[in-house]
Design a protein around this ligand. Structure first.
Ligand code: TGC
Ligand code: FAD
Length: 387
């Protein structure tokens, strides 16, 4: 596997073990089935519990007996899972960074006790409802409301969330809504079997096909007061979760690109044209040299982020830079790998086209490439250019 500047040498025993466990899982459980799931537009749901058993959900957290592994170990995990498919990494990202993280960070002791062990094991599935049909890049304009219940105990939620990963298979949704009493954004844990909650599949995707996406409709949904996340209010709540997930994506994208590189390198040495392997042509070697260089520099950025995050110095804008750079890199290099495979490259027999199609989603979700440009632009100039 490509590790051109020997980053392996700096890993400790636990980091190697977690990386190797995830790599083996992808080789044995994901690669044999993922192309069929991609074609069928299904997620391999039988892997959800297995991923829980292997400790893939929320492993950097420490609440409720969670193991608190290093940020590098978590990054390597995301890298290996996305080498399998972005849908597999998304499953772990949503469960850990977008559902377990807010419960661990902002939840009550009762909420932690109720949900964290079940989510860790994969016994329960969570989803994160921020995006709405009319408010994607600007979630602060959300229209979903939380009104105090008439009897004074709890809230009534109304609104619609869309493009929510795992919504149709989730047991619990972290729903972000505007509390009517003070206009603040707050998070609510909404069990998906509550009266008034409907989850609907989004079926017609041409990207991220091995992942479940859906809508959540909330019509007059009563939730008790104890389902509100007590520890946060304002956009900082959802945006801080996004920082966790974007960190994982910055690593994951490197894994997808590496899988494309390894496929292209093997193909180029095996495939013969004009009397010998295509790898002997300078044009193909230039492709491989550029791909290896881009992947290596993205890996270095991800490793640096891990060190900053581990010591508590990571700023969200630095995560934006890495998400923006590494996903663009993976999208470009997946296309080059696809091209190097000629006609065979457009099939599901090889992974580059699948990774390339997935990268269209990854480029867009968790803040589009444009939004991360603007976050960096504001950080570099002091002038916000969103409006
Ligand atoms: P702004 O006024 O800038 O900030 C409000 C408060 O939040 C704090 N903050 C952050 N904290 C942690 N991490 C971040 N990334 C943060 N960004 C801001 C900020 O310090 C402030 O705190 P305080 O204490 O002063 O109140 O917020 P804004 O509403 O103006 O934000 C603007 C903008 C455009 C940057 C933001 O809305 C944004 O990032 N938009 C992109 C939307 C997005 O990324 N959506 C993702 C939906 S979830 C998803 O895609 C899941 S995919 C899952 C999968 O399958 O893997
Ligand atoms: P829009 O915000 O409408 O943007 C459209 C275009 O306009 C983009 O190119 C954008 O970059 C550009 N644009 C917008 N504003 C500006 C600006 N100020 N300046 C310049 N250009 C701008 N959301 C969740 O809450 N939970 C999930 O689990 C989740 N999972 C997802 C899974 C998939 C498969 C997909 C595709 C999306 C998912 N999302 C999820 C939603 C995702 O986060 C949004 O799609 C994303 O934030 C962009 O919002 P939008 O699609 O409404 O695009």
């Amino acid at each position: 596997m490509l590790d051109y500047v020997d980053l392996e040498a700096d890993l400790d025993a636990e980091e190697r073990l977690i990386r190797d466990t995830a790599r083996e899982f992808v080789e044995e459980e994901v690669k044999p089935v993922i192309a069929d799931h991609y074609e069928a537009g299904t997620f391999p749901t039988e892997l959800i519990a297995k991923m829980g058993e292997l400790g893939f959900y929320g492993p950097t957290l420490e609440a409720q007996g969670l193991p608190g592994v290093s940020e590098t170990a978590y990054g390597l995990l995301m890298q290996e899972l996305e080498a399998g498919d972005s849908g597999i990494r998304s499953m772990a990202s949503v469960q850990g960074a977008l559902v377990m993280y807010p419960i661990a960070e902002y939840g009550s002791p009762a909420q932690r006790e109720r949900w964290l062990p079940a989510l860790e094991d994969g016994e329960a599935v969570g989803c994160f409802g921020l995006t709405e049909p009319e408010h994607g890049s600007n979630p602060a304009a959300m229209e979903t409301t939380a009104e105090p219940a008439r009897d004074g105990d709890g809230y009534v939620l109304d609104g619609e969330k869309t493009w929510i990963t795992n919504a149709p298979i989730a047991d619990v949704a972290v729903v972000w809504a505007r509390e009517q009493s003070d206009g603040e954004i707050r998070g609510f844990l909404v069990e998906t079997d509550r009266e008034g909650v409907s989850t609907l599949h989004i079926e017609d995707k041409l990207s991220m096909r091995a992942s479940v996406s859906g809508r959540i409709e909330l019509q007059n949904v009563s939730v008790p007061a104890e389902n509100r996340l007590p520890g946060v209010s304002g956009m900082k709540g959802p945006l801080s979760c996004l920082t966790q997930a974007r960190y994982g994506i910055a690593w994951g994208a490197v894994g997808a690109a590496r899988d494309c590189f390894e496929t292209a390198r093997t193909y180029a040495t095996d495939r013969e044209q004009f009397g010998g392997p295509i790898a002997r042509f300078q044009l193909q070697q230039e492709n491989l040299a550029e791909m290896a260089t881009q992947i290596t520099t993205s890996q270095l950025l991800a490793h640096r982020l891990a060190a900053l995050k581990q010591r508590g110095d990571l700023r969200p804008q630095q995560v934006s830079m890495a998400k923006r750079n590494n996903v663009r890199m993976a999208r470009e290099q997946a296309r080059v790998a696809r091209e190097m495979l000629g006609g065979n490259g457009i099939t599901t027999d090889y992974p580059p086209m699948r990774h390339l199609a997935n990268m269209e989603t990854v480029y867009t979700y968790e803040g589009t490439h444009d939004i991360h440009s603007l976050i960096l632009g504001e950080d570099l100039t002091g002038i916000a250019a969103f409006d």
